[in-house]
Design a protein around this ligand. Structure first.
Ligand code: UDP
Ligand code: MG
Length: 330
């Protein structure tokens, strides 16, 4: 993979590693250990921001312990708000020049972080990790993911969600500022990030199986996520119903005229069909009004219950990049 030749970041850049976790106590110690091993060898300074999304399994105590180390801190949300809101909390409180999202369940190997950082230092604004296959998923998850991407790319207007790109991603300074300036509440992070544009690269990776615990995504939660994405990024369904209603009007008119002339006027079936169509259309309009209501209310995406740890912008400066390291990132 050829990297661009410019190196716009200096080696005083700071990267914020954001880890959203919800009931991951059984895996957090191993995750944290592996993460710190990797971070301590990074060519840039870092901070780790854990976002505890209302865990009930004692994750708090573990996170409090981790936060005794410098450069590690934790935001405890007041309840479980869902991963998308937890990610927004991370973005709002991160102090770095870039943020990097990684799941706590070790499905995203922390050992890939240096490669992502190298691409950022080499000039990419967004580094997306893209699953090379879905062997680590159950058959049900594979099917629902396939359906999800098909549906999204069919329904979403101009910025389809790139397939198999997870939330394991680095977002550089410019897109990070852009995200922070987006006024909207609805957050489908991968949709938003893709919509932003900027210089983006996808790096293939093998996603590991979950080390312990279970996925928090039920099929219904995935349907919810897909619906949020469609409502936030597309007016296509509304347009389809405009076209359909026009077609129905024309057909009805033609049919009624025909029946009138042959003297066999019966509109029962026609009414049934039209009613079903209207019901779906009204439901769809209702969904959009609901989504608009959420935006209008401007209700916060999350509340903080407490925080652990502290940090300052004077994080330890990393050692200067060796010239061969400079060479390598070119
Ligand atoms: N997660 C979260 N809040 C939620 C659900 C999940 O912070 O409401 C975190 C979870 O702890 C994990 C990451 O998001 O670190 C991915 O969740 P999960 O493994 O359940 O998703 P999957 O990998 O199955 O897509
Ligand atoms: Mg997972």
């Amino acid at each position: 993979m050829k990297l661009p030749s410019c190196v716009p970041m200096d080696n005083h850049s700071i990267i914020s590693i954001i880890v959203c976790c919800y009931d991951e106590a059984h895996i957090l110690p191993e995750f944290h250990h592996r993460l710190m091993l990797v971070l301590n060898a990074l060519p840039v300074a870092y901070e780790v921001v854990y976002v505890n999304d209302g865990s009930q399994d004692g994750s708090d105590q573990l996170l409090e312990q981790f936060c005794r180390a410098p450069k590690v801190r934790c935001l405890n949300l007041s309840r479980n708000f869902g991963k998308e809101s937890a990610m927004s909390a991370g973005i709002d409180h991160a102090m770095g020049d870039a943020v990097l999202f990684i799941d706590a369940d070790l499905q995203d190997p922390p050992e890939l972080i240096p490669a992502m950082v190298r691409h950022w230092l080499a000039g990419y604004d967004i580094v997306n990790m893209q699953r090379s296959d879905r062997r680590s998923d159950t058959a049900g998850k594979r099917l629902s993911a396939q359906l999800y991407y098909k549906l999204m790319n069919l329904l979403v207007d101009k910025y389809p969600v790139p397939p198999d790109v997870s939330d394991f991603r680095l977002i550089g300074t410019a897109p990070l500022n852009a995200l922070r300036n987006m006024p909207e509440r609805a957050t489908l992070m991968k949709g938003l990030v893709n919509w932003l544009g900027f210089r983006t690269i996808e790096i293939p990776y093998q996603r590991a199986r979950r080390k312990a615990g279970e996925s928090k995504w039920s099929p219904m939660a995935l349907v919810d996520l897909a619906m949020e994405g469609v409502l936030a990024f597309s007016r296509k369904p509304l347009r389809w119903f405009s076209v359909l209603s026009l077609a129905t009007l024309l057909l009805t008119g033609t049919y009624l005229m025909h029946q009138w002339f042959v003297d066999a006027f019966s509109v029962d079936h026609l009414i049934l069909g039209a009613l079903a169509l209207v019901l779906v259309g009204v439901a769809m309009v209702g969904e959009y009004i609901g989504a608009a209501l959420v935006e209008v209310k401007r209700r916060p995406l999350y509340f903080l219950r407490s925080t652990f740890g502290g940090f300052s912008r004077q994080l330890q400066a990393p050692p200067a990049l060796e010239s061969d390291e400079q060479e390598r990132i070119r």
